[in-house]
Design a protein around this ligand. Sequence first.
Ligand code: GRF
Length: 214
Amino acid sequence: MAPKIVVLISGSGSNLQAIMDGISQGEIDGQIVAVISNRADAYGLQRAELAGISAHSLDHKQYPDRDSFDQALLKLIDRHQPDLLLLAGFMRILTADFVRHYQGRMMNIHPSLLPLYKGLNTHQRAIEAGDAEHGCTVHFVTEELDGGPLIIQARTPIHPGDDAGTLQQRVHQLEHRIYPVAVSWFCSHRLRLTDKSVWLDGELLPSCGFQLQD
Ligand code: GRF
């Protein structure tokens, strides 16, 4: 049976859509068994429902602290027995216990060339720093925020006329290309995390991850 995937979102879910499309086009040998959002109004929940995927919202504001929310989230996720847990624009910091529970089977997509620009406002920060290029990264999730071992990156030049909006749009297009690739590798058992090393087809990936070329 194809590996089971649960996707966590907080917003539009365009990366979720890219993965759903990859599955329906036969590029990913996996099945999304649930989509969960901490915001009931996340458009990604509608995308899931339209595709006939089980969609849930779990409002973090209903819980007294981070720990109790994460415990409830973990319970809800594990009802679906996922092989892979994907963070796709999930705007919550996760507790160490939660992260450890899914170690080696949880990925995130981040809009920067990690280890540069962990956290928010990455596009603006790259422009202000005068960087020549920006991009996005898929990585395994560890306890360090945006700090886990890198799987795949894609780059785009920063043009003189770019602002945070134009740059974000180009990076978003790249995100939609690399996340399905990483998910397809994992689902086909080509990708593995051991300790802090990432292996693709039995070969150790460099610490910057696989570099997508145009
Ligand atoms: C993406 O930019 C992703 O890199 C970041 O959150 C955003 C989610 O966008 N983690 P979407 O909801 O997938 O459209």
